[in-house]
Design a protein. Structure first.
Length: 135
């Protein structure tokens, strides 16, 4: 084996060893809980202003701190009592089939689809086949 081939093999073995070491370290850190929030801190909300600027609401020990983040760093913008922040309303999203039917101007099919239902029975549904039913 020439010296050039030896360098290539040595480089590939070193690269594989570094990748394996990185995998073991990251796996171990995840198992230990590194990077997970601990203590009385919670991210309540975030508003991205543009690609590099955002406003965060961080709840810490009964207070909500308004923090601005930009390429220059973090800046405390203000504080609020935690009771002044309204509870987040749960937003229900419509199924994709209903959204598609609304975009296409067809009535939405309200019958739920079961897992055992075949494509043929779906195609026979009113407004789903994609064909014009008027002859």
């Amino acid at each position: 084996m020439g010296s050039y081939a030896g360098y290539i093999v040595q480089t590939i073995v070193t690269l594989l060893a570094v990748c394996a070491l990185a995998f073991v370290i990251l796996y171990g850190a995840r198992r230990l809980g590194v990077g997970r929030p601990r203590g009385p801190i919670e991210l309540v909300g975030m508003l991205p202003l543009d690609a590099r600027r955002s406003i965060y609401l961080v709840k810490v020990a009964g207070q909500v701190i308004v923090v601005g983040a930009s390429e220059a760093g973090f800046t405390k913008l203000g504080e609020l009592p935690a009771g002044e922040i309204p509870a987040e309303a749960k937003v229900e999203s419509a199924p994709f089939s209903d959204v598609l039917a609304r975009v296409l101007g067809r009535p939405a099919d309200k019958r739920p689809v079961t897992n055992g239902e075949s494509q043929r029975s779906l195609a026979g549904r009113e407004g789903v086949s994609g064909e014009d039913d008027r002859a």
